[in-house]
Design a binder for this molecule. Structure first.
Ligand SMILES: [Zn+2]
Ligand SMILES: [Zn+2]
Length: 176
């Protein structure tokens, strides 16, 4: 879906759209979209310089990187971006880069704004490097593969026992 800059009126445009599942081509090793993607924004513009302020909402079905269990997570991300026509690269390149360094700026072709791409980029920016089902997920035992969230496995007991016996040995020495 595109917004043609030619068609824009002088006053800000309020845009709202819900993409059915499958329309936004999000692909990730450990996650998939599990809900429609709702995008909502206000677009204002000065000539072909655009300003977009809005939100993207959806849900992800993901796999925990520690315990490998599947879980769902709601995504709601806000964005506030300037879109400028892609500069024509010339001798003034460095100047252009410096000028936009501190701003949240993206470039577009100056003709039409790709809303699907914008929604996809916002989802990608909002997700973490690794998915964890909950902050304190204990993960799987590296020896037997048991889910440590369900309680300690036997390997863990052995470790605890051996540590305990070291302590007991130590205590014996002190007591002498
Ligand atoms: Zn987990
Ligand atoms: Zn174990």
């Amino acid at each position: 879906m595109f917004i043609e800059i030619e068609d824009l009126k002088p006053e800000p445009l309020h845009f709202h759209h819900i993409y059915p599942i499958g329309e936004i081509k999000f692909s990730h090793e450990d996650a998939a979209l599990s809900a429609p993607v709702a995008i909502d924004f206000v677009l204002s513009h000065k000539d072909r310089n655009l300003h977009v302020d809005g939100t993207v909402e959806t849900a992800l079905h993901c796999k925990c990187s520690r315990c490998t269990k599947d879980f769902s997570r709601l995504i709601k991300t806000g964005f506030d971006l300037s879109y400028l026509p892609q500069p024509k690269w010339s001798s003034g390149d460095a100047e252009i880069e410096l000028k936009y360094e501190d701003m949240e700026v993206a470039f577009y072709d100056g003709v039409a704004l790709d809303i699907d791409l914008m929604a996809l980029e916002q989802i990608e920016l909002s997700i973490p490097m690794k998915f964890v089902c909950r902050e304190d997920c204990k993960g799987l035992c590296y020896k037997c593969g048991a889910d440590l969230n369900d309680g300690a496995c036997l390997c863990k007991n052995e470790e605890t026992d051996s540590r305990l016996s070291v302590l007991l040995e130590f205590k014996k020495k002190i007591d002498k």
